[in-house]
Design a protein around this ligand. Structure first.
Ligand code: ADP
Ligand code: CIR
Length: 343
């Protein structure tokens, strides 16, 4: 394998941090699951417009290919090799009274965490048999949930196109055919082994075998961020008694994309900020100050519609879950204040 052709103006973390030296040192290494550097970087090589451009095939990828992953993790999360990750899932430590009780700005709130099964390769290096086994174990674990978390599992295989499209449009289900995931092999054997579990209100959902083996999601209309977080925490705690999660003292919860390591948490609101959107520089000054990411209304790599944006925490590693949600909350309070001042 030769050093990949990466254009001068490429801005991804892969282009920024892959050096001829690290490439030479890593190019012939292989994890116990057979995952190579070539596979780890293929998404960023094929998709030059990537923000990050790398994925891990297993927990070992993060140590075997550390010369590449460490600088990316440092750059994205500000988290160094000697740093330790800590967790805090106590909703009582979150200071988040509804910032928009009249429902003028916040359309909906969603908090998700990614999880993967211990002692299994991650999606990019998993075999069909292993993926099917993950699906069976997760579905069995979910079938024991009760109360508000009780629901049903709907495999993607056999789901009508109409139901699938409606679930995607209504923000409940992952999209199909993501080119970034495709290039790292995460869409192999699609749609087998993939599916969605949800309760009848669709306030609690679990995606199975998408970018991560589990995406545990709590969501509802409006801005009661604490209620959404509390529901998520009770779900995580119940599921982890049934499904062992992959975790590292250093990196927290192990995920296939390095941006999700640590808490693996993305806490977001869909929020209408039409005035602020007229001055993206002012908008970005606030989101940068509170470590927030701006996404479009249909998730990553999508656009805003009608001045409604998806605003979420950017940092996930080296801070606790409570701090990740607090970042989002404090930023949303500042954004609402700025929008009101412009109105
Ligand atoms: P992820 O959150 O898992 O990283 P995406 O950014 O692709 O992945 O978002 C997944 C789906 O969740 C998309 O349909 C997106 O519109 C929806 N979503 C994200 N945040 C919210 C929110 N606060 N309210 C409603 N839907 C949301
Ligand atoms: C990219 O590099 O743009 C894609 N691989 C997505 C990276 C960000 N992923 C994420 O936030 N989960």
């Amino acid at each position: 394998m030769n050093y990949p052709k990466l254009p001068e103006d490429c801005k991804s973390m892969l282009c920024k941090h892959l050096t001829p030296e690290s490439f030479e040192e890593l190019k012939n290494k292989k994890t116990a699951n057979g995952f190579t550097l070539e596979q780890a970087i293929n998404s960023g090589v094929v998709n030059i417009d990537s923000g990050i451009g790398v994925y891990a095939g297993d927990k070992e990828s993060y140590t075997l290919f550390d010369k590449l992953f460490d600088p990316i993790i440092k750059d994205y999360h500000g988290f160094g090799k000697e740093d330790k990750h800590t967790s805090n899932l106590n909703p009582d430590d979150l200071n988040a009274p509804n910032p928009d009780p009249d429902g003028e700005f916040i359309v909906s709130t969603r908090i998700r965490v990614g999880r993967n099964m211990d002692n299994m390769p991650l999606g990019p290096a998993i075999s069909k048999e292993q993926r099917d086994k993950v699906e069976a174990s997760v579905v069995e674990g979910l079938s024991t949930l009760d109360g508000e978390l009780k629901g049903d599992y709907f495999p993607l295989l056999g789901m009508s196109k109409e139901i699938q499209d409606d679930l995607i449009k209504d923000h409940f289900l992952f999209k199909e055919g993501d080119r970034f995931l495709d290039a790292v092999g995460l869409n192999k054997n699609w749609p087998e082994g993939r599916g969605i579990y949800h309760n009848s209100d669709k306030t609690f959902l679990v995606w199975v075998n998408e970018e991560d083996q589990l995406r545990i999601i709590s969501m509802q209309q409006g801005g009661d961020i604490k209620e959404v977080f509390s529901r998520l925490v009770s779900a995580i705690k119940s599921i982890e008694t049934k499904v062992p999660f992959s975790y590292s003292e250093h990196l927290g919860y192990i995920t296939s994309c390095p941006t999700n390591l640590g808490t693996a948490m993305r806490a977001s609101v869909h929020i209408a900020l039409p005035k602020l959107a007229e001055d993206m520089e002012a908008f970005k000054t606030i989101t940068d100050k509170y470590y927030l990411q701006i996404r479009g209304i249909h998730g990553e790599h999508s656009e805003s519609e009608g001045g409604v944006y998806d605003i979420s925490n950017l940092r996930r590693l080296g801070i606790t879950e409570v701090e990740a949600v607090q970042d989002m909350y404090d930023g949303v309070v500042a954004l609402i204040k700025a929008e009101k001042e412009l109105s």
